[in-house]
Design a protein around this ligand. Structure first.
Ligand code: GDP
Length: 328
C-alpha cells in the first residue's frame, strides 16, 4: 500500500485529501501539533483510518521524526497559517509557519529521503494569493508574483524554495498554485462559509444581520473536493512541476451574497447586510482568475463543481447543520 503523510490534516483540504487517498488504498498519516489538540479527536471520530503523528512545522527535529515514523511515499504540505486577515496581525508567525515551514519540511525530506529507488515525493500548497496585485489576467504558472499580505509573501517564499530545492537537489517536489477552493468544510472565518452560514441562519430566524467587509473584490472559487485530486495527480507525474488549479471564472463577493441569499429565498439581501471597516484589509487582492490549461493538458484535471452548484451545496449543508443545532 502506498503511504501518504499530510500536514494540515485537520483543515478543509487535509480532510478532503485524506478521504480521497484512503479511497485509493493509501495508508494515510496526518501530522498534529500541540497537546490535547481538540481538532485531533474530532478528526479521529470522523476518519478513524488516519494515523496521527505529532509534529510541528516550526520544529525541524519533529518533522524528521514524523517522517521516520510514517515512512511516506508522498508528503502533502497543507499546513499553514492560512487566513489572510490573521496574517496581518500575526505576520511573524505566518512567515515562520507558512514560509519557513516549507523549508523545514524540504530539509526533513532530504534527511529522511525515502529509498533511492523510491524517493519521497512532495506537494506544496502554493496559493493564488501570491499573484496579489495581478500583473496579467488570467493568471498562469508564469505570471509574476506581487503578494498583498504577509500570508501571500510567506507563500511566495514557500513556492520559490520548492523550485530551488527541486533544481538544487533533484527532489520530486511540485507546487499547486490553487485558486480559492471552498466547500462545507470551509472554516467560518472565510467569506464563502461566512455568507452561506449567515444566509441559512437568517432564513431560519436565528440571526438578523451579516456584517461584511469589501463586497467588490473578485475571486475564482472552486470546490475543494475537485482540487485535492489535482494535488494527487501532480505527484503521479514522472517529472515534478508547478500547476495552476482554477475554474477560469470569477465572481464578486456581492454576487456570492446575492446567490447565497437567493438559495434561501431572500431577494432583498440589502436589508440584512451591513459593512464594517473592521473587515476591510490593509491591502486587498481585487481580482483573481486562473488559467488551468496546463493542468488540464498535462494532468487531465478538470473541475466538476461550478459556482452556482458550490454555493448551493454550502447553503444546503449550513441549513441542515443549523436546523439540527437549533432542534428545528
Ligand atoms: P482569501 O482570498 O484567501 O483572502 O479568502 P477570504 O474568503 O478570507 O476572502 C475573500 C475576499 O472576501 C477578500 O477580498 C476579502 O476582503 C473579502 N471579504 C469581504 N468581507 C469579508 C468578511 O467578512 N470576511 C472575509 N474572510 N472576507 C471578506
Amino acid at each position: 500500500m502506498p503511504r501518504a503523510f499530510i500536514t494540515g490534516i485537520t483543515g478543509q483540504d487535509g480532510q478532503h485529501l485524506a478521504e480521497f487517498l484512503h479511497g485509493r488504498g493509501y495508508d494515510v498519516y496526518g501530522m498534529i501539533k500541540g497537546q490535547n489538540n481538540p481538532r485531533a479527536s474530532k478528526l479521529q471520530e470522523e476518519m478513524p483510518f488516519v494515523e496521527l503523528i505529532s509534529g510541528d512545522l516550526a520544529d525541524l527535529p519533529s518533522l524528521v521524526a514524523a517522517l521516520q515514523q510514517a515512512q511516506p511515499d508522498e508528503v502533502y504540505n497543507l499546513g499553514a497559517i492560512s487566513f489572510v486577515a490573521l496574517s496581518f496581525s500575526q505576520a511573524e508567525l505566518t512567515a515562520n509557519i507558512t514560509g519557513l515551514g516549507v523549508l523545514r519540511m524540504l530539509e526533513a525530506i532530504r534527511m529522511v529521503g525515502g529509498t533511492r529507488d523510491n524517493p519521497i515525493r512532495f506537494y506544496q500548497a502554493s496559493s493564488s494569493e501570491m499573484f496579489g496585485e495581478v500583473r496579467e489576467t488570467p493568471q498562469t504558472e508564469l505570471t509574476p508574483f506581487h503578494p498583498r499580505s504577509p500570508y501571500g509573501c510567506a507563500k511566495v517564499f514557500g513556492h520559490d524554495i520548492v523550485v530551488n530545492y527541486r533544481e538544487s537537489y533533484g527532489l520530486h517536489a511540485s507546487s499547486g498554485i490553487l485558486f480559492n477552493h471552498e466547500g462545507p468544510r470551509r472554516g467560518i472565518e472565510f467569506v464563502t462559509r461566512k455568507v452561506t452560514n449567515a444566509a441559512a441562519r437568517i432564513s431560519l430566524g436565528l440571526q438578523h444581520e451579516l456584517v461584511m467587509g469589501n463586497l467588490d473584490s473578485k475571486r475564482d472559487w472552486g470546490y475543494a473536493g475537485d482540487y485535492v485530486k489535482g494535488m494527487w495527480l501532480m505527484l503521479q507525474q514522472d517529472e515534478p512541476d508547478d500547476y495552476v488549479l482554477a475554474t477560469g471564472e470569477t465572481h464578486s463577493i456581492e454576487e456570492l451574497v446575492v446567490r447565497a441569499f437567493g438559495e434561501v429565498g431572500i431577494d432583498d439581501w440589502q436589508k440584512y447586510v451591513r459593512q464594517d471597516p473592521k473587515f476591510f484589509r490593509p491591502a486587498e487582492v481585487d481580482l483573481l482568475i486562473g488559467d488551468a490549461s496546463k493542468a488540464k493538458e498535462k494532468l487531465g484535471w478538470e473541475p466538476e463543481v461550478d459556482f452556482p452548484a458550490l454555493v448551493k451545496m454550502m447553503v444546503e449543508n449550513d441549513l441542515a447543520l443549523e436546523k439540527a443545532k437549533a432542534g428545528l
